[in-house]
Write a protein that binds this ligand. Structure first.
Ligand SMILES: Cc1cc2nc3c(=O)[nH]c(=O)nc-3n(C[C@H](O)[C@H](O)[C@H](O)COP(=O)(O)O)c2cc1C
Length: 280
């Protein structure tokens, strides 16, 4: 039977995990709490059928929440082993975190600080470009299996991606993007890639997104994921063929840059009631 401390801390891990980013703040996750274990499930009822017919955005978002949960667990002194569900082709149960009481990790405490500060900051970035080395270092922080983050440093692929993103945004938002998703010349760009294009790969990509986002937040950088270019089959396929030579599967483009003023005054997005995201 679970002791009271374990119940309280397991619940806290999930509360912190729910601060994760999700596509259009859909928060498509459900959790089942047990004795030193937490199950993560996808809530397919939150899928946006028009822009996310295959459920990629649902699973990417769950991957970000999974990484947030790992960070929270490690920072609270309950490091987690993740057991991935074997059959992700019909995904509902995605993964189980097995928590073992241990020492709180200092590294995770820094990540937890970033987790509390992180938000999607869509304000226009300053014109100071993010140096190539900084983009490359940030890209290298993603270590989820089967994923890679590609910094776009050469002018050719950069311009191509800029064009594709802006075309996809114009098509989806009819020329007006209330979410500030157009790319500008001085923005840093990263592409989140996977070897395969299936739910298991999407889950890893979501974990990698969270890793990069927390590292960027610690570094004082702002980040906006750009999913229009992936949601639009035509621009995704051009990105796959022309920029990646058909060698890797694009999951997300990420716009990155500096803000003139800190993000502390930004209004935070809401979260679902805790009782709505718990499975019996
Ligand atoms: C997989 C994924 C895709 C996203 N795509 C976009 C996007 O295309 N444009 C955008 O402005 N924000 C995008 N976001 C950010 C979400 O809108 C944001 O995380 C959500 O509204 C919650 O706000 P917060 O990040 O400030 O907590 C995306 C987030 C995730 C996880």
């Amino acid at each position: 039977m679970a002791d009271t401390r374990c119940i309280v801390e397991t619940r806290r891990v999930v509360e912190l995990a729910c601060a994760a980013p999700s596509v259009r703040n859909s928060q498509p996750w459900l959790w089942r709490l047990g004795d030193h274990r937490i199950e993560l499930h996808a809530d397919q009822s939150r899928r946006l059928p028009l822009t996310d017919p295959r459920g990629r955005g649902v699973i990417l978002s769950c991957g970000a929440a999974l990484h947030h949960a790992r960070v929270a667990a490690a920072a609270l002194g309950l490091p987690a082993q993740v057991e991935y569900a074997p059959d992700l082709d019909r995904p509902s149960h995605l993964a189980t975190l097995h928590l073992t009481p241990g020492e709180p990790s200092a590294l995770a405490a820094a990540d937890l600080d970033a987790l509390a500060k992180r938000c999607t900051d869509r304000r226009r970035f300053t014109a100071w470009p993010v140096p190539d080395e900084r983009l490359a270092t940030l890209a290298s922080t993603a270590s989820a299996p089967g994923t890679q983050v590609l910094p776009l440093l050469d002018i050719g692929p950069r311009l191509r991606v800029e064009l594709l993103v802006n075309r996809a945004v114009d098509r989806q938002e009819h020329g007006h993007s209330p979410r500030g998703e157009h790319v500008e010349g001085s923005d840093g760009l990263l592409v989140l890639l996977t070897e395969r294009d299936d739910p298991r790969a999407w889950l890893s990509a979501g974990e990698a997104l969270s890793q990069v986002w927390l590292a960027a937040t610690t570094d004082g950088l702002s980040l906006v994921p750009l999913s229009c270019v992936i949601e639009d089959e035509e621009t995704r396929s051009e990105l796959h063929r022309e920029v990646l030579g058909g060698l890797a599967e694009p999951q997300l483009v990420i716009r990155i840059g500096w803000q003139q003023i800190g993000r502390s005054e930004l209004r935070r997005t809401g979260r679902r009631a805790f009782s709505d995201i718990l499975l019996p």
